[in-house]
Ligand binder design. Structure first.
Ligand SMILES: *C/C=C(C)/C=C/C=C(C)/C=C/C1=C(C)CCCC1(C)C
Length: 263
């Protein structure tokens, strides 16, 4: 009783500390305010708040699931926590200067995308013995995808070849989870619940992640007016994050809860 009370208090402490850190403006001197016609800015605001709420939810729900699922929920909460903090900065860059916060976006991705990949590894590791190669192949695919995208968006190389490099990295990840070792472990060793979570997560990485290259396309490859392209790019990336960070976490949460109730 005392022990579990201690755990709850500790958990609450972590949650309030993270929320405190988040609930401040990134840049202090702001005489510019959000305009009611700035829909991109509004989307940055909405999503930053949704990310804060999701973080609290995933951390608190840790109490409800069996031990071997707790790490997966922690990782989901870390993904939304890291993204929320970056969203505060991105929101301010957009609202104050009207420019696209590419560096913050990619720093966020560089941390959160590997964490999302680790989730695949973790849900399999909770039920089977998984070789390290699975982990490393997912990491290599992620790095190639993100470095390709960054050198294109930051203008180090032209947008199209950079796009192709990024697409190859993503294809490598898809191969691993649809046909590679990760997919085989799932098909042969995982219980029903885990298999259905794995399959949903896999579709998120296919369909949900496809939204980002579509955003990139509208941002850099249509030849349209740069102001309009950058609005489209940011809206598309922002919506994609709701699906790929929050909904992805909710799927893991739901399998963790249902598997925990079994035992
Ligand atoms: C939470 C953030 C996530 C899940 C970000 C994912 C980003 C991608 C899947 C980006 C993909 C890209 C390509 C496949 C091609 C090159 C351009 C990128 C980097 C936008």
């Amino acid at each position: 009783m005392l022990k579990s009370l201690g755990a709850v208090v500790k958990n609450r402490g972590v949650v309030s500390a993270s929320l405190f850190l988040m609930c401040q403006s990134a840049f202090a001197a702001a005489d510019v305010v959000l305009k009611s016609s700035d829909f991109v800015g509004i989307s940055f605001w909405l999503i930053s708040m949704a990310l804060v709420a999701s973080t609290a939810f995933f951390f608190l729900e840790r109490d409800r699931v069996a031990g071997k699922w707790k790490t997966s929920l922690t990782v989901s909460g870390l993904v939304t926590l890291i993204a929320a903090v970056h969203y505060f900065y991105m929101r301010d860059v957009w609202v104050l200067t009207g420019s696209t916060p590419t560096v913050y976006r990619y720093i966020d991705w560089l941390i959160t995308v590997p964490l999302l990949m680790i989730e695949f590894y973790l849900i399999l590791a909770a039920i089977a013995k998984v070789p390290n190669g699975v982990f490393w192949r997912l990491m290599i695919g992620t790095l190639v995808m993100l470095v390709g995208g960054y050198v294109g968006e930051a203008g180090y190389i032209s947008a199209l070849p950079a796009f192709i490099i990024g697409m190859l990295g993503w294809a490598y990840i898809l191969w691993e989870i649809f046909a590679g070792e990760a997919s085989k472990i799932n098909a042969t060793q995982a219980p029903q619940n885990v298999q259905s979570a794995f399959s949903l997560m896999r579709w998120i990485v296919t369909i949900g992640w496809a939204i980002y290259p579509i955003g990139y396309y509208f941002g850099y490859l249509t030849g349209a007016d740069p102001t309009e392209s950058m609005k489209a790019l940011n809206i598309v990336y922002n919506l994609a994050d709701v699906l790929n960070k929050i909904a992805f976490g909710v799927i893991i949460w739901s399998v963790a809860v249902s598997e925990s109730q079994k035992s």
